[in-house]
Design a protein around this ligand. Structure first.
Ligand SMILES: [Zn+2]
Length: 497
């Protein structure tokens, strides 16, 4: 029985990922879907993966079919150009002209390239066009400082929820193979099938205004509406903004969790799904028609584990405490969550958690490199600290900006017009410069880095520089205080005069 597809009862054997590979799932199962029905769900999963790629990129999740960490395309606020961001790097996707001017019968250009290959490629293209390019100096690696980066993402939506339903359905089939084929969850499977077919059609997820409309779209929409009819016209899956407190925290930092179970008391077949331990969904698969034993299976998934066996943790219990209360109006719940800002805060809280995580990792790496400090000469020690602080320059710039922007509202009104604009200029971006910063912002950054480097050396020599202290210095309040003294000093002096 377990070797048949839960959709069509034909032999299974597709070997699909139980948890989507794009989200860091590492396990496959050949007993759930036939190849046709496994492939049928791929557009749906792609939609969900796209929605969460920003988080995956910042966490450094390696998709299962890839050798490299997830990256995401975003737009730089100042140049308007496309950036590729990941936990490892941020770089422009295309060559960038920083400045150009006519010189004699040619053009003198200052350009930036994402990498050396892109430079070679560009040189070859110019040669092919018959344009003579003479490099005036050897290419150098230079940082580019980012201001706010804009990600445009919509979360949830018809297809996002459909994908959540599909993932949990797959786990249900794995944990309860008989129940999944009993017919009691047939209406749920019909729903995920209908939403999967909609996701395969351009515009089916409602994200693009199709012009002209795909002729298949209308029929797929009608089939989808029909599949919702047994559910009272609502999707059997919903956002859960008030998940019940779970006695057991996730086994992994940023772990995902899928819970599937059945309550023998009334037959409810329930599911819950949490992404990154932060974004929660609930669903009802149906009601068991025959007598069943109460059982719940909870699977925690570590998106950052590179491979089995420590990528998942399964716990089976004979309770139904995770059973769900089907909301009477799930759409109203989501609308309320959006208008009250609770959906927004789910994402901003997750981003803060991810930032704290990456700060901790950066501090740990720096701390390990600083172990060599005590054996170095004074000059070498200073160079090591400077190099390490320089490696955190974007964080230092963010600290300086934060300090300055928080200082501004506290200025006496009479000096605000002059000092306010000076403060803005101190961290101004300049897309026509190599590193994206204005000369004044470069000066501010140099002051801030110098002050932090001096503090790091002082702490090292006093024997109080552990990883936590280092993280505090490069990305938290104590670092902001050090940076603040350095960058606000000249301003405070102006106020005294
Ligand atoms: Zn099938």
């Amino acid at each position: 029985m377990a070797n048949t597809c839960i959709v069509c009862s034909q032999p299974s054997g597709s070997g699909e990922h139980v948890f989507p590979a794009a989200l860091g799932g590492r396990r496959t199962n050949k007993n759930i879907y036939c190849t046709t029905h496994d492939n049928g769900y791929s557009s749906l999963v792609a939609d969900l993966a796209n929605q969460f790629d920003v988080f995956n990129a910042h966490l450094g999740v390696v998709p299962d079919h890839s050798d490299d960490v997830k990256s995401v395309i975003a737009r730089d606020a100042h140049t308007g150009q496309e950036l590729r961001l990941s936990v490892k790097e941020s770089s422009f996707t295309a060559p960038r002209v920083i400045s150009q001017k006519e010189v004699g019968n040619g053009v003198l250009m200052n350009m930036a390239f994402p990498n050396r290959e892109a430079l070679q490629e560009w040189l070859a293209e110019q040669k092919a066009k018959g344009i003579d390019v003479a490099p005036l100096q050897k290419a150098q690696e230079r940082p580019y400082f980012l201001d706010s980066v804009h990600h445009q993402r919509r979360f949830g939506g018809l297809c996002g929820l459909g994908a959540v339903a599909y993932v949990a359905q797959t786990f249900l089939a794995q944990a309860f193979p008989e129940l999944a084929r009993s017919g009691d969850v047939a209406q749920f499977i019909a729903y995920t099938q209908a939403i999967a077919k909609l996701a395969q059609i351009r515009g089916g997820c409602g994200d693009t205004q199709d012009d002209p409309t795909d002729p298949k779209l209308e029929a797929a929409r009608q089939a989808y509406e029909a599949a919702l009819a047994p559910w009272g016209g609502q999707q059997p899956v919903w956002w859960d903004f008030n998940p019940q407190p779970d006695a057991r925290p996730n086994a992994f930092e940023f772990g995902h969790r899928v819970t599937v179970g059945v309550d023998g008391a009334d037959g409810q077949i329930f599911g819950r799904f949490s992404l990154f331990s932060s974004i929660h969904f609930g669903m009802c698969f149906g009601m068991a028609s025959a007598g069943v034993e109460t059982k719940t299976m909870t699977i925690d998934i570590d998106p950052m584990a590179a491979h089995p066996p420590n990528d998942i943790k399964k716990v089976e219990t004979s309770t139904a405490i995770a059973r769900v209360a089907v909301p009477t109006q799930p759409i109203a719940g989501l609308a309320a969550a959006i208008s009250s800002g609770s959906q927004e805060s789910v994402f901003t809280d997750l981003i803060s958690k991810i930032e704290a995580h990456s700060l901790g990792k950066a501090a740990a790496k720096m701390h390990a490199e600083l172990a060599a400090y005590s054996g170095l000469s004074e000059l070498e020690g200073e160079q090591l600290v400077n190099r390490l602080i320089d490696g955190q320059a974007q964080r230092v710039l963010n600290l300086a900006k934060w300090v300055l922007q928080n200082f501004k509202p506290r200025l006496p009104t009479e000096v605000l017009p002059t000092l306010g604009s000076m403060i803005d200029a101190m961290t101004a971006h300049d897309p026509s410069s190599t590193n994206g910063l204005s000369p004044m912002a470069n000066a501010t950054l140099a002051l801030a880095k110098g002050a932090l480097a001096a503090q790091v050396r002082e702490d090292l020599e006093a024997g109080r520089l552990d990883e936590r202290r280092l993280a505090a210095l490069i990305g938290e309040g104590p670092g902001a205080a050090v940076v603040g003294q350095a960058v606000l000093g000249p301003l405070v002096q102006t106020l005294r005069d």
